[in-house]
Design a protein. Structure first.
Length: 519
């Protein structure tokens, strides 16, 4: 039997309540006293005896109310705490002031791979000798956040945040550690950084050459084999890599791209493989995961793989052979489950002959080759792509252009496009920037590496004034020089003008440096 007795406080009231139980020769199993309330528990009683006991308690002077309850306050709190800990996704390990484990929830069991029967009541350092951060937090009274731990005995890999527990007097009476499974951390990172999925049916094309390549690529997607995507710059190698990932069994997991040419060799190694705490000067405290670890279960895309140094090629070869990685400064190797997609615009066969690319790595990467045709070999796609880019940039730049003239389309189709789709995209963006009206004509097209605009034929003298013709010529000259020089001072030096005069003329003709920076 459990009862809650509410009363008006006075001297001796607790004695009066206890006397009723003594008079009935009932042992009080537990008792909790609060402000103007007392909770009591006895052994189970028959219904009639419970009624008599409650009636006698109610007759005590200053007793306001007597009611039966299901649980004592400490039991209710324990049940609530258990319910909370059972539903929390993170692991929770709590210890008392002596370091003995008092709480250990199901999520912690899953992360640590040890059941609560083998943990509760045991000393923390005896069960988890790696959890020194919690001991340090209790010793120093400080928090420790997201410290990476690999517990080799159970192959547990997690982040731990440790907090001391203090009473009202700031005395440390225990500690709690919150564990995050490294797999859950990766999923969280993926969700926060995830880009929209890209699929094969989003690749803009109408040519037979691209239809065959896409059909071939789709058949490669279901495999876990390494794919080496070959093609000139600007042919869409990363888009194909993303489409391969989206069509694979790994689509729900992370896609991690890295441009190997954009990162210095010394930094690229730490980006790919990660490092341990104190591995080198400037290393992040606690170490850092590499991209191989981050991509575990997903896909790692190595763009511009031909730019990797010979030293790093050796380490990459080992990963491809053993499917294991070792962080910089670590002695431990651990397995990874990553699909590798690589891309290059370099002639790797020539590099092998020159000794700048390892032949054994070439064969590891070139398991499934995928060659993307340049734009000049699928000229049927040029007009389609140009119209898509026109629509995109007209919307982005708030222009009304929605049509490309027949002459302009002919020029675009006959051009050889050394920069491929990326160059076509730039050409269309420039054209939309400078067009007035809704038609892109040949006058707005700037083709070639020097980006020389097609010369606009001057109208008959009778149709335009001399001032208008001079202004048109001046604007054309400014456009040409803007393609090579991107500051007002350099522009002024070339044209023999002050930089303020240059800025005035740019404003006069509606030109800006931003329109020509991509050239």
């Amino acid at each position: 039997m459990r009862v809650k007795v509410s009363y008006v406080d006075r001297v001796g009231i607790v004695f009066d309540i206890a006397y009723v139980f003594i008079n009935h020769q009932l042992n009080i199993v537990s008792m909790e006293v609060g402000v103007n309330v007392i909770f009591l528990e006895t052994e189970p009683l028959v219904l009639e005896r419970e009624r008599i006991l409650i009636d006698e308690l109610s007759k005590i002077t200053d007793i306001k109310r007597v009611e039966q309850i299901e649980l004592m306050p400490h039991e209710e709190k324990a049940e609530q705490l258990k319910a909370v800990l059972d539903t929390v996704a993170d692991g929770v390990v709590a210890v008392d002031s002596r370091g003995y484990i008092t709480q250990y929830n199901p999520a912690a069991e899953k992360i640590m791979h040890i059941s609560s029967d083998n943990v509760l009541g045991k000393k923390l350092t005896d069960i988890f000798p790696c959890c020194l951060s919690l001991i340090e937090s209790m010793k120093n009274g400080t928090k420790s956040l997201n410290h990476e731990i690999f517990f080799e005995q159970t192959n547990s890999h997690y982040l731990v945040s440790s907090h001391p527990i203090m009473d009202h007097y700031k005395k440390i009476i225990g500690g709690v550690a919150v564990l995050k499974d490294i797999k859950d951390v990766r999923k969280m990172y993926q969700k926060l950084t995830q880009q929209p999925a890209f699929h094969f049916d989003q690749i803009i094309h109408t040519s037979e050459a691209m239809k065959k390549i896409i059909t071939l690529a789709k058949s490669y997607a279901y495999s876990d084999s390494t794919v080496l995507i070959r093609g000139e710059t600007g042919t869409g190698k990363e888009l194909f890599a993303r489409a391969l990932h989206s069509a694979s069994a790994r689509a729900e997991n992370i896609f991690v791209p890295i441009n190997c040419a954009a990162i210095p060799d010394t930094l690229l190694e730490s980006e790919l493989f990660g490092y341990e705490d104190g591995a080198f000067t400037g290393a992040t405290k606690g170490g850092k995961q590499g991209l191989f670890e981050l991509a575990n279960g997903g896909t790692l895309f190595l763009d511009e793989v031909g730019e990797i140094s010979v030293h790093l090629q050796v380490k990459l070869l080992r990963v491809l052979q053993e499917r294991k990685i070792r962080r910089i400064g670590s002695r431990r190797e651990f397995p990874i489950d990553v699909r590798i997609l690589a891309a290059t615009n370099r002639e790797l066969e020539v590099m092998i002959e020159e000794g700048t690319f390892r032949e054994d790595l070439y064969y590891r990467l070139n398991v499934i080759p995928l060659f993307l045709p340049p734009l000049r070999e699928r000229c049927e796609d040029v007009a389609l792509l140009a119209k898509v880019f026109l629509q995109r940039f007209s919307l982005k730049l708030h222009k009304e252009a929605d049509y490309i003239s027949e002459k302009a389309l002919q020029i675009l189709t006959e051009y050889d496009w050394p920069g491929n789709i990326r160059e076509l995209e730039n050409v269309m963006e420039r054209a939309v920037n400078i067009v007035h009206g809704n038609i892109i004509s040949e006058e707005q097209l700037m083709l070639g590496r020097n980006v020389t605009p097609l010369r606009q034929a001057l109208p008959a003298v009778s149709e335009r004034t001399l001032e208008e013709m001079l202004a048109e010529t001046e604007r054309e000259i400014l456009c040409r020089v803007l393609c090579q020089y991107h500051t007002s001072r350099k522009l002024g030096s070339v044209l023999g003008l002050s930089h303020t005069s240059v800025l005035k003329k740019l404003r006069k003709y509606g030109l800006s440096f931003e329109q020509f920076k991509a050239t």
